[in-house]
Structure formats: structure tokens, C-alpha cells
Design a protein around this ligand. Structure first.
Ligand SMILES: [Fe+2]
Length: 241
């Protein structure tokens, strides 16, 4: 007999994401997510990170701003990056925006021309540690698609490829010679963004629900929003090997 959990496990494997409902507290969220793996400490060392607009980040493309955040995977500088990412919605934005957007990077890799695709497997990128400091700041050197034991782990950051920073100023401009893959990285970032616009699914996570997705396969982004009450709690999950 298949259980409710089986359905979510299957959805995660097949489509790369699933939505868990009826979760009202931090404890219930943690309990539900432990079915998928172990909760792991995030950039600041805590198991929970509050995604909520805060003063001081108005001019950055950052989780604590209301600005658009372009396509990326979480913590690409970690080895390995968290298997799953989860957002528990506490207060849903009521401005008609603030959606979490997801797309399957495997499909992006498959649709690229041969030379571009080969570069994703072959050209190493310095995935620097996160700007905010704390643990995991050393970073890793890996291609966009890392193959380990026949399994592929994807890392991506539009911002890092196009500006050299994860959370750049809104009006960032840089010399391509200083970017991780030079102007080829900008070309790649723009193709990924175009693919994302065409193929993304857009979820306005309902309150008391948790959106879980495969962070080694899916890229995510967030649309700009105005309702500063919006509040999500983020979790990182490491699946057992
Ligand atoms: Fe993110």
C-alpha cells in the first residue's frame, strides 16, 4: 500500500519537487523533512533561516530583500550542496507576487548545443564561499555538472557567472575578464535565464505548506514582491548516500 510519504518521495524523484500540506509549526516542518534526510546547518550555522525582507538589503539581489533573485542552486560552494531545499510558508505575500520559481536543469543541459554542453562538464568554476561568512566559506572548484558514481550534481548561479558575486548590487556592472568563465559565463547565464523563463513552474507556497525540491537538479529563483509581511522559513536537507 502506498502512503502519503511515498507520493511525495515519488514526486521528488520524478518531477524534482513536491508540496507538503498541513504543517503549522517549526517542529512539524522539521519532523516532516526528516523523512527525506538530515537537516543541515545553513550559512549562519542554524538549521532554520528566516526568508523575510529586512532593512539594509534594499539594493541587493538577496533573500532578505524584496528584489528579484535570478536562477541559482543553493550553496553551490558547499560539497556536496544540500540535496533538498525546503521553504515553509508562514505568511504568504498578498501582493500577487513573491512566487518561488523552479526549473529542471537536466532539461537545460540536454537542450544546449554540443560545445556549450561539453563545457558544463569540463570547465571548472571557483564556487566561492558565501558572502555572509560563517561556516562553509572555503568554497569548491567544480564544473556546473559534477559526475560522482554515475550521479550528476548540478551547481548554478546566474549572479556568480554574470557578476562574480552571489548577491550583487541591483545595478552591478563588471569587466567580463574578471568573471569565473569570462564572457562565456555570461552567455551561459543568459541561456539559462531564457530557458528558465520558458520552462519554470511558479509556486505561491500556501501558508502552512512546505515546498521541497531537489537542489542538485533544479534551479530556483524568486520574483520581486511588495508585501513585506511575506515570511518563509528555509531548511537544507542532506539525503542519506
Ligand atoms: Fe536560493
Amino acid at each position: 500500500m502506498s502512503t502519503a510519504l511515498d507520493v511525495h518521495v515519488r514526486e521528488l524523484a520524478e518531477q524534482g519537487h513536491t508540496l507538503l500540506g498541513g504543517i503549522e509549526t517549526d517542529e512539524q516542518a522539521a519532523q516532516a523533512l526528516r523523512a527525506f534526510g538530515e537537516l543541515v546547518p545553513q550559512y549562519d550555522g542554524s538549521l532554520r533561516y528566516q526568508v523575510k525582507a529586512a532593512p539594509g538589503f534594499e539594493e541587493r539581489r538577496y533573500s532578505k530583500s524584496v528584489n528579484t533573485i535570478l536562477v541559482h542552486t543553493e550553496a553551490p560552494g558547499w560539497n556536496p550542496p544540500p540535496t533538498y531545499l525546503a521553504l515553509h510558508c508562514r505568511v504568504q505575500a498578498t501582493c500577487g507576487s513573491g512566487h518561488t520559481e523552479l526549473a529542471d536543469m537536466r532539461r537545460f543541459v540536454a537542450m544546449l548545443g554540443e560545445a556549450d554542453r561539453a563545457a558544463l562538464y569540463e570547465r571548472d568554476i571557483e564556487w566561492v564561499g558565501h558572502n555572509t561568512g560563517g561556516v562553509g566559506t572555503e568554497g569548491v572548484r567544480r564544473p556546473v555538472v559534477e559526475r560522482v558514481n554515475g550521479r550528476e550534481t548540478l551547481r548554478f548561479s546566474y549572479n556568480l557567472l554574470a557578476t562574480g558575486q552571489y548577491d550583487p548590487p541591483v545595478d552591478a556592472s563588471v569587466d567580463p575578464a574578471e568573471l569565473p568563465l569570462g564572457s562565456f559565463g555570461i552567455h551561459l547565464a543568459e541561456q539559462a535565464e531564457a530557458f528558465f523563463r520558458e520552462n519554470k513552474i511558479s509556486v505561491l507556497i500556501p501558508e502552512n505548506s512546505v515546498l521541497v525540491w531537489d537542489n542538485q537538479r533544479m534551479v530556483h529563483a524568486r520574483s520581486a514582491y511588495r508585501d513585506a509581511r511575506r515570511h518563509l522559513t528555509r531548511y537544507w536537507v542532506a539525503a542519506p548516500n
